[in-house]
Design a protein around this ligand. Structure first.
Ligand code: MHQ
Length: 246
Protein backbone atom coordinates (compact mmCIF):
# COMPACT_ATOMS: atom_id res chain seq x y z
CA UNK A 1 0.00 0.00 0.00
CA UNK A 2 1.41 3.38 -0.92
CA UNK A 3 1.59 6.07 1.74
CA UNK A 4 -0.94 8.84 1.34
CA UNK A 5 0.76 12.25 1.43
CA UNK A 6 -1.26 15.09 2.91
CA UNK A 7 -1.84 17.13 -0.20
CA UNK A 8 -2.89 20.75 0.37
CA UNK A 9 -6.39 20.05 -0.95
CA UNK A 10 -6.81 17.45 1.74
CA UNK A 11 -5.69 19.86 4.43
CA UNK A 12 -8.14 22.41 3.12
CA UNK A 13 -10.92 19.80 3.28
CA UNK A 14 -10.03 19.07 6.90
CA UNK A 15 -10.03 22.81 7.66
CA UNK A 16 -13.43 23.42 6.02
CA UNK A 17 -15.02 20.53 7.89
CA UNK A 18 -13.42 21.48 11.22
CA UNK A 19 -14.55 25.10 10.79
CA UNK A 20 -18.08 23.95 10.07
CA UNK A 21 -18.14 21.53 13.02
CA UNK A 22 -16.85 24.17 15.44
CA UNK A 23 -19.44 26.76 14.43
CA UNK A 24 -22.58 24.92 13.31
CA UNK A 25 -24.43 25.65 16.56
CA UNK A 26 -26.44 22.43 16.57
CA UNK A 27 -24.92 18.95 16.33
CA UNK A 28 -26.15 16.91 13.37
CA UNK A 29 -26.79 13.81 15.47
CA UNK A 30 -28.60 15.85 18.12
CA UNK A 31 -30.82 17.39 15.48
CA UNK A 32 -31.65 14.00 14.02
CA UNK A 33 -32.51 12.52 17.42
CA UNK A 34 -34.85 15.38 18.22
CA UNK A 35 -36.88 15.03 15.04
CA UNK A 36 -40.49 14.39 15.89
CA UNK A 37 -40.17 16.50 19.04
CA UNK A 38 -42.61 19.09 17.73
CA UNK A 39 -44.44 21.94 19.45
CA UNK A 40 -47.87 21.12 20.90
CA UNK A 41 -50.94 22.75 19.44
CA UNK A 42 -51.13 25.06 22.46
CA UNK A 43 -47.51 26.14 22.04
CA UNK A 44 -48.04 26.78 18.34
CA UNK A 45 -51.10 28.92 18.97
CA UNK A 46 -49.22 30.87 21.67
CA UNK A 47 -46.58 31.74 19.04
CA UNK A 48 -49.32 32.63 16.57
CA UNK A 49 -51.06 34.95 19.04
CA UNK A 50 -47.92 36.99 19.65
CA UNK A 51 -47.92 40.53 18.32
CA UNK A 52 -46.10 40.73 14.98
CA UNK A 53 -43.40 42.97 16.46
CA UNK A 54 -42.59 40.45 19.16
CA UNK A 55 -42.32 37.56 16.70
CA UNK A 56 -40.18 39.61 14.33
CA UNK A 57 -37.80 40.46 17.18
CA UNK A 58 -37.60 36.83 18.26
CA UNK A 59 -36.83 35.61 14.76
CA UNK A 60 -34.38 38.45 14.19
CA UNK A 61 -32.64 37.43 17.41
CA UNK A 62 -32.33 33.79 16.33
CA UNK A 63 -31.16 34.79 12.84
CA UNK A 64 -28.57 37.13 14.34
CA UNK A 65 -27.15 34.33 16.50
CA UNK A 66 -26.97 32.11 13.44
CA UNK A 67 -25.22 34.87 11.46
CA UNK A 68 -22.68 35.32 14.27
CA UNK A 69 -21.79 31.65 13.99
CA UNK A 70 -21.37 32.04 10.24
CA UNK A 71 -18.97 34.94 10.86
CA UNK A 72 -17.00 32.63 13.16
CA UNK A 73 -17.05 29.94 10.42
CA UNK A 74 -15.60 32.43 7.93
CA UNK A 75 -12.85 33.51 10.33
CA UNK A 76 -11.73 29.92 10.74
CA UNK A 77 -11.64 29.20 7.00
CA UNK A 78 -8.07 29.04 5.81
CA UNK A 79 -7.30 32.08 3.68
CA UNK A 80 -10.33 34.14 4.64
CA UNK A 81 -8.52 36.27 7.22
CA UNK A 82 -5.78 36.95 4.65
CA UNK A 83 -8.29 38.83 2.50
CA UNK A 84 -8.54 42.58 3.03
CA UNK A 85 -10.88 43.58 5.82
CA UNK A 86 -13.00 45.37 3.24
CA UNK A 87 -13.45 42.19 1.20
CA UNK A 88 -14.16 40.10 4.30
CA UNK A 89 -17.03 42.46 5.09
CA UNK A 90 -18.32 42.47 1.50
CA UNK A 91 -18.38 38.64 1.43
CA UNK A 92 -20.05 38.36 4.83
CA UNK A 93 -22.66 41.02 4.10
CA UNK A 94 -23.62 39.27 0.89
CA UNK A 95 -23.24 35.67 2.04
CA UNK A 96 -23.92 35.28 5.77
CA UNK A 97 -27.71 34.96 5.47
CA UNK A 98 -27.32 32.69 2.45
CA UNK A 99 -25.16 30.37 4.55
CA UNK A 100 -27.78 30.41 7.34
CA UNK A 101 -30.33 29.22 4.77
CA UNK A 102 -27.96 26.49 3.54
CA UNK A 103 -27.34 25.40 7.13
CA UNK A 104 -31.09 25.28 7.71
CA UNK A 105 -31.34 21.94 5.87
CA UNK A 106 -29.48 20.29 8.80
CA UNK A 107 -32.18 21.53 11.17
CA UNK A 108 -35.03 20.63 8.84
CA UNK A 109 -37.15 17.49 8.88
CA UNK A 110 -38.41 16.99 5.34
CA UNK A 111 -40.84 14.25 6.39
CA UNK A 112 -42.85 16.58 8.59
CA UNK A 113 -41.78 19.89 6.97
CA UNK A 114 -40.63 21.26 10.32
CA UNK A 115 -37.55 23.21 11.40
CA UNK A 116 -35.74 23.27 14.75
CA UNK A 117 -36.61 26.59 16.36
CA UNK A 118 -36.28 27.57 20.04
CA UNK A 119 -35.94 24.00 21.29
CA UNK A 120 -38.43 22.03 19.20
CA UNK A 121 -39.44 21.34 15.61
CA UNK A 122 -41.88 23.88 14.17
CA UNK A 123 -43.99 23.93 11.02
CA UNK A 124 -44.38 27.02 8.83
CA UNK A 125 -47.69 27.92 10.49
CA UNK A 126 -45.89 28.65 13.77
CA UNK A 127 -44.47 31.79 12.11
CA UNK A 128 -47.90 33.13 11.07
CA UNK A 129 -47.65 36.24 13.29
CA UNK A 130 -44.77 37.53 11.12
CA UNK A 131 -47.28 38.20 8.36
CA UNK A 132 -44.99 36.95 5.61
CA UNK A 133 -46.49 33.64 4.76
CA UNK A 134 -44.99 33.60 1.27
CA UNK A 135 -41.41 34.19 2.41
CA UNK A 136 -41.63 31.54 5.13
CA UNK A 137 -43.12 29.11 2.62
CA UNK A 138 -40.29 29.79 0.15
CA UNK A 139 -37.68 29.29 2.87
CA UNK A 140 -39.28 25.95 3.81
CA UNK A 141 -39.44 24.92 0.13
CA UNK A 142 -35.75 25.73 -0.22
CA UNK A 143 -34.88 23.64 2.85
CA UNK A 144 -37.01 20.84 1.42
CA UNK A 145 -35.14 20.91 -1.88
CA UNK A 146 -31.74 20.84 -0.13
CA UNK A 147 -32.88 17.98 2.12
CA UNK A 148 -33.58 15.91 -0.98
CA UNK A 149 -29.85 16.09 -1.78
CA UNK A 150 -29.03 14.27 1.48
CA UNK A 151 -25.92 16.35 2.18
CA UNK A 152 -23.18 14.91 4.36
CA UNK A 153 -21.69 17.32 6.93
CA UNK A 154 -18.63 17.77 4.67
CA UNK A 155 -20.88 18.70 1.78
CA UNK A 156 -22.80 21.28 3.84
CA UNK A 157 -19.43 22.66 4.96
CA UNK A 158 -18.14 23.05 1.39
CA UNK A 159 -21.37 24.43 -0.02
CA UNK A 160 -21.33 27.00 2.82
CA UNK A 161 -17.69 27.91 2.19
CA UNK A 162 -18.36 28.34 -1.53
CA UNK A 163 -21.45 30.46 -0.93
CA UNK A 164 -19.27 32.74 1.19
CA UNK A 165 -16.07 32.82 -0.87
CA UNK A 166 -17.59 34.00 -4.12
CA UNK A 167 -15.41 36.17 -6.37
CA UNK A 168 -18.39 37.46 -8.34
CA UNK A 169 -19.83 39.48 -5.45
CA UNK A 170 -20.00 43.16 -6.36
CA UNK A 171 -17.68 45.74 -4.68
CA UNK A 172 -14.72 43.40 -4.04
CA UNK A 173 -11.37 45.21 -4.02
CA UNK A 174 -9.10 42.23 -4.58
CA UNK A 175 -11.25 40.04 -6.76
CA UNK A 176 -8.27 37.99 -7.94
CA UNK A 177 -7.36 37.03 -4.40
CA UNK A 178 -10.92 35.92 -3.68
CA UNK A 179 -11.04 34.01 -6.98
CA UNK A 180 -7.84 32.14 -6.02
CA UNK A 181 -9.29 31.08 -2.68
CA UNK A 182 -12.55 30.12 -4.37
CA UNK A 183 -10.57 28.03 -6.86
CA UNK A 184 -8.78 26.11 -4.09
CA UNK A 185 -12.09 25.41 -2.35
CA UNK A 186 -13.64 24.33 -5.60
CA UNK A 187 -10.85 21.85 -6.37
CA UNK A 188 -10.95 20.40 -2.85
CA UNK A 189 -14.73 20.04 -3.06
CA UNK A 190 -14.53 18.23 -6.40
CA UNK A 191 -11.87 15.87 -5.03
CA UNK A 192 -14.07 15.08 -2.05
CA UNK A 193 -17.06 14.41 -4.31
CA UNK A 194 -14.97 12.14 -6.53
CA UNK A 195 -13.63 10.23 -3.51
CA UNK A 196 -17.14 9.74 -2.15
CA UNK A 197 -18.67 9.04 -5.57
CA UNK A 198 -20.98 12.01 -5.27
CA UNK A 199 -19.97 13.90 -8.43
CA UNK A 200 -23.61 14.00 -9.45
CA UNK A 201 -24.28 16.46 -6.63
CA UNK A 202 -22.88 19.50 -8.44
CA UNK A 203 -25.52 19.40 -11.15
CA UNK A 204 -28.29 19.09 -8.58
CA UNK A 205 -27.36 22.11 -6.45
CA UNK A 206 -29.95 24.89 -6.61
CA UNK A 207 -29.00 27.84 -8.84
CA UNK A 208 -27.30 30.71 -7.01
CA UNK A 209 -30.17 33.03 -7.88
CA UNK A 210 -32.48 31.03 -5.67
CA UNK A 211 -30.57 31.97 -2.49
CA UNK A 212 -30.16 35.55 -3.62
CA UNK A 213 -33.91 35.86 -4.22
CA UNK A 214 -34.73 34.51 -0.74
CA UNK A 215 -32.39 36.97 0.96
CA UNK A 216 -33.77 39.83 -1.10
CA UNK A 217 -37.33 38.79 -0.16
CA UNK A 218 -36.33 38.76 3.53
CA UNK A 219 -35.03 42.33 3.25
CA UNK A 220 -38.20 43.45 1.42
CA UNK A 221 -40.41 41.88 4.09
CA UNK A 222 -38.47 43.58 6.88
CA UNK A 223 -38.97 46.90 5.08
CA UNK A 224 -42.70 46.23 4.76
CA UNK A 225 -42.93 45.30 8.43
CA UNK A 226 -41.12 48.47 9.54
CA UNK A 227 -43.36 50.67 7.40
CA UNK A 228 -46.51 49.01 8.71
CA UNK A 229 -45.37 49.34 12.33
CA UNK A 230 -44.08 52.92 12.64
CA UNK A 231 -44.19 52.51 16.43
CA UNK A 232 -41.43 49.86 16.32
CA UNK A 233 -38.03 51.58 16.15
CA UNK A 234 -35.44 49.78 14.04
CA UNK A 235 -33.37 49.93 17.23
CA UNK A 236 -35.67 47.18 18.56
CA UNK A 237 -33.67 44.80 16.34
CA UNK A 238 -30.15 43.58 17.08
CA UNK A 239 -27.48 45.93 15.62
CA UNK A 240 -25.96 43.22 13.42
CA UNK A 241 -29.39 42.36 12.03
CA UNK A 242 -30.04 46.03 11.24
CA UNK A 243 -26.67 46.41 9.63
CA UNK A 244 -27.24 43.44 7.34
CA UNK A 245 -30.89 43.81 6.44
CA UNK A 246 -32.39 47.22 7.30
C1 MHQ B 1 -28.91 27.71 11.85
C2 MHQ B 1 -29.79 27.90 13.06
C3 MHQ B 1 -31.04 28.64 12.69
C4 MHQ B 1 -31.38 29.76 13.38
C5 MHQ B 1 -32.56 30.57 13.11
C6 MHQ B 1 -38.86 36.60 8.05
C7 MHQ B 1 -38.20 36.20 9.29
C8 MHQ B 1 -37.84 37.30 10.23
C9 MHQ B 1 -37.93 34.93 9.63
C10 MHQ B 1 -33.62 29.88 12.25
C11 MHQ B 1 -38.28 33.67 8.88
C12 MHQ B 1 -38.82 32.64 9.88
C13 MHQ B 1 -34.63 30.91 11.70
C14 MHQ B 1 -35.41 31.75 12.69
C15 MHQ B 1 -38.02 31.33 9.99
C16 MHQ B 1 -38.04 30.60 8.66
C17 MHQ B 1 -36.59 31.54 10.53
C18 MHQ B 1 -36.62 32.25 11.90
C19 MHQ B 1 -29.69 27.00 10.76
C20 MHQ B 1 -30.92 27.81 10.39
C21 MHQ B 1 -31.86 28.13 11.56
C22 MHQ B 1 -32.56 26.84 12.00
C23 MHQ B 1 -32.88 29.22 11.07
C24 MHQ B 1 -33.90 28.65 10.04
C25 MHQ B 1 -34.97 29.67 9.61
C26 MHQ B 1 -35.71 30.27 10.81
C27 MHQ B 1 -36.52 29.21 11.54
O1 MHQ B 1 -27.74 26.97 12.18
Amino acid sequence: MSPCPRVPAEQLTQNVLASHRATCQLGAEDLRLRRGDTFTREEVSAYQRQPAAEMWQRCAGRITEAVQHVVEFAKRLRGFMELSQHDQIVLLKAGAMEVVLVRMCRAFDAETRTVFFEGKYAGAELFRALGCHELVGSIFDFAQSLSALRFSESEVAFVSALVLVNASRPWLQEQGKVARLQGHLDIAFRLLLRRTQREGLLARLPPRGRLRALCWQHIQQLGTFLRQHPGVPPAAFPPLYRELFA
